[in-house]
Design a protein around this ligand. Sequence first.
Ligand code: C2O
Length: 466
Amino acid sequence: MDNHWTRRRFLKTAGITASAAMLGPSLFDASEALAATPLVRRDIGGLGINDPILVSYRKAVKAMQALPASDPRSWTYQAAIHGTTLSPPKTAWNTCAHGTIFFWSWHRMYLYWFEHIVRSMAGDPNWALPFWNWSSPSERQLPAAFRDTTSVLYTVNRDPAMNDGSGSLPATDVSFSAAFAFTSFASANSSIQGTPHGDVHVDVGGWMGSVPTAGQDPIFYLHHCNIDRLWNLWLAQGGGRTDPLSDAAWKNTKFTFFDETGKQVQMTGCDVLRAAQQLNYKYEGEPAQVAPFCLQVFKPPILYREIELIRWPGPPVELGPARVSFPLDIKALRQRLMSLAQSKTDTVLLAFDEVVSERPPGVVWEVYVGLPANAAPDPKSPFYVGNLSLFGAGIRSEAHHEFQPARFRFAIDGALLAAFRSKEESVAVTLVPHGILVNGKPTQRKVDSPVRIGAVSLAAQSESRQ
Ligand code: C2O
């Protein structure tokens, strides 16, 4: 018999609140089938600074900040679930899942319970989180309500230019096209964690720039709402994109949170597959949500294998304030790379492994493959393959359990094909640091801590049906 069902029946008989009983597949739950239409998480771009949604959010943040840190519904406790430097750690502290397959799902659960607490603290039972839609070119500044210095939504712990409205997010940092091009869940989940997710954290800076403090900034939850929305949009693209329903750990690992009464609750991947149906929310303007079920796997999953082709023999690559470029010798592999890059089921990846920094670097790097030596780096050129930024994984000062270096994968088929038009025997890998835009113009930021890339390689990602 299905475990979830047993547990849910038990919870119900034990008379636990409706929200706690919502755990588990909603398939069997009549009360949920009868539930009202899902709440809508709105785009903050369409909300005035005194929209009731923001009034309620301010009220709740104030009330949560007034609670003692020992209360699971307090602002301090909720932020600490994501990450904190406070010790000794309490239940569920420091549990955010970066650099893992749980990135999208853990943050969905986290927002879900946070939203319940805000709803109850604001006394606004239909409240839903708005999302910071930096995907829209008109929303690249920090939303105005968060720049109002008299508001609880403001903190001085951000980049000053983001806070005064002169700063905005560069287009490359909010682009999800690299992540969306991946059909493998693991690859998309990992790619999106870097760009746009990590880049926006770094760009907002201050508390947002570091895992142990990020949850203290009220904008955190709106940023993550947009990342959560992108999960739905990634699935809606189809083309073989699915949740990892053949991964038992992804489906069944239990994570701990607290509900609006301060009671401990647990959730698994299977509980958060269908936002509208299981969690009662959808996003303003999104297409129909794809509705995967843990109990029904109809098709054999597509398998993705990664095979290393060339490893760069040089010393670790050190990233500092200056642009860095080094050649990858490809002459022996030219034909193979060419056919992989042209294939529909294979992708050539640029792989960075063992990526490490002592502290948050505070900077985002653009990554290019095949950029000609005399050419200016241009993210609109075919040589641009994505960004590198660190947030959580790879940063030694932020390791709360065991330190884990970061890894990055960039799909480089297009860049390689462009580079192969010249007959060179090597292709350059180039990394260029950048800061946010200020008054619409690119800026440089100080590199707070250099980054070391321990291993660089080219790999082939191949897909096959089981
Ligand atoms: Cu757990 Cu945006 O971070």
